[in-house]
Ligand binder design. Structure first.
Ligand code: HEC
Length: 137
């Protein structure tokens, strides 16, 4: 018992750390968009479509804020929809911005938190530019 108890305690700690990591940081992370053209929103069509700098910034913003639910590289692990399947083009843009701003709250249950108050217009559209770049039919 003498050696097993500390070993178990260490194991439990390691597992807890892993679980915490898998869930990622719950605090929304700021997105540095100063290198992108300034936007005046709310827009419903992506002004950064195919903009390489926006895609790079959006990839980082996605990794910090969305991947914990939607999966690394937008490959869903099944917790939340696979965002590679979002429609491309203007219709997809409109749906995307509505979702990211409002999140998804149904019957008082928050399935996805709203990001409208947290992200700048530039951050929102850089994430959309990134998701377009990994789109799959
Ligand atoms: C806490 C987990 C969580 C986080 C964090 C999260 N989402 Fe979601 N998201 C969900 C869930 C769950 C759904 C499905 C909601 C539903 O069924 O109503 C969803 C739905 C969506 C949809 C609609 C997908 C579809 O196919 O209809 C989009 C777009 C989306 N999320 C984008 C994002 C983006 C971009 C981020 C990061 C800024 C993000 N989400 C962060 C959980 C999350």
């Amino acid at each position: 018992m003498k050696t097993i108890v500390p070993a178990l305690a260490a194991l439990l700690l390691a597992v807890t750390a892993l679980v915490a990591q898998a869930h990622g940081n719950v605090t929304p992370q700021a997105v540095d968009t100063q290198d992108l053209p300034k936007l005046k929103g709310p827009l419903t069509v992506n002004p950064y479509r195919d903009n390489k700098k926006a895609i790079t910034i959006g990839a980082a913003a996605y990794g910090q804020n969305c991947a914990r639910c939607h999966g690394l590289g937008a490959v869903s692990g099944g917790i939340a929809p696979d965002l590679r399947n979002l429609p491309v083009g203007d219709d997809g843009d409109e749906y995307f911005q509505m979702r990211i701003r409002n999140g998804s709250i149904r019957n008082g249950v928050t399935y996805m938190p709203p990001f409208g108050e947290i992200f700048s217009e530039e951050a929102i559209w850089s994430i959309r530019a990134y998701l377009d770049s990994v789109h799959q039919d």
